[in-house]
Design a protein around this ligand. Sequence first.
Ligand code: FAD
Length: 432
Amino acid sequence: MTPHVDVLVIGAGVSGLTTACLLKKAGLRVEVVEARERLGGRILTQPNPLGGDPIELGAELVHGLPEETQMWLNPIEDLEERGGDFLIFENGKLTSSPSYFVKVSEVLERLSAPVSQDLSFQDWLDQIELEDPDLKEWVTGYIQGYHAADATEISVEALREIERESQEVDAVEGARFFRGGQGEFLRRIEREFAQPILLNHCVSEVHWSNLGVEVRFKSSKVPSIRAKKLVITVPIGVLQSSSGQEGYIEFHPELPQDFQQNLRLFKMGTAFRMSFIFKKAPWIIDPRLADFGMLLDPSPDALFRVWWKRGENQIIGWHGGPDPRLSISSSKEMLEELGVKSLSRLFGLSEIQIKADLEQTFVYNWNSDPYSRGVYPYIRVEGKSAVEKFSKPIENVLYFAGDAGSLGAYLGTINGAIKSGFRVSKEIIGLS
Ligand SMILES: Cc1cc2nc3c(=O)[nH]c(=O)nc-3n(C[C@H](O)[C@H](O)[C@H](O)COP(=O)(O)OP(=O)(O)OC[C@H]3O[C@@H](n4cnc5c(N)ncnc54)[C@H](O)[C@@H]3O)c2cc1C
């Protein structure tokens, strides 16, 4: 049977769009199919109802700047520094003590010493002696928050590599905003692709052999598509889903056993991100807070430990990793309630006052979204080579890309998704 296209790409997130764009530029016939009714995947930008900086419901920061990403953006024109003081809530008040980061960094530096056998971050931390009893709690909070990971599952060997490379590329402290929002960034790649994307095309079956693929869709009204090669950029959470779940893709024949086993070494992290837009921001009335950029509440009972300001009327709260108070189906109302409590404590204002000044709250639950099933992936114990194995094409017909396709500082980031798109396109173009 003649193929309809040279390459079919599943998923119109930043990885799928990058891949499609590069393949098309190389003269290949490409089609992109996407389950949702919109592009972007885990990039979801909305306008601010009061004007000013946009609301990011998914990815917000640019962590480092690999050369691949620079093909789509100009750092001077497009990126915005995150300014402002870093404040910490200690002894009942916000202070500008830098000791938190220094102490946490000192512990993380100890990751660089090799371990004889891979173990979870929690097990590693339990073996370490620290003078300050609060420090273990802080460091665990940092790892779980930043990596959206369970400290009892994340691999210390993979973390070592991520931490080392993140320092090299200044991915954490040097992270910047994309001016105008990540949605603008995405539109730039979409414009360059200059071809309609097949939305509402939820892939349900992939029939493959070394000659090519036939891809079928959930809706029987949508005709199948045949291609010489297939690039799959759906999130790890979707690849790990089970038959009968929305988004699940059945492969005929099954994917090789070693590929399937390798998939289990990844885990999709869970996190909640919340944007509060204020008519009158609580930080305006306190002159000590005039220049804050980020707030940290390291106390164990704080649900949203990290808050950062974006523009004049927006503050974002972040909770990453497991927590007995949350489930993947936690409601927006419940999160808003907990967020208001946190802000009331941090700013020393009543909850009634915070609510009265609040214009709107934005939350999106990626953990229960069937097309993401979490926020971004992390590596479990013994999974240091999982990314490498995931990135190997199968029979030069099936190619996997996305934010799980890049280890080091870029795992689980937009940059990682772009880099893997470059890798896959290069491999395919090399064979064409
Ligand atoms: C709350 C949150 C905050 C984040 N913060 C940052 C940040 O600050 N900086 C950063 O760099 N990264 C951040 N990330 C991670 C970043 O969003 C991702 O790494 C990146 O967007 C992944 O792009 P992708 O193309 O690999 O995957 P996706 O964007 O998930 O694209 C995959 C696409 O596949 C589609 N799909 C799924 N199943 C099917 C199916 N069966 N058939 C057809 N299509 C399907 C999905 O709908 C989706 O559009 C954040 C993520 C979240 C959720």
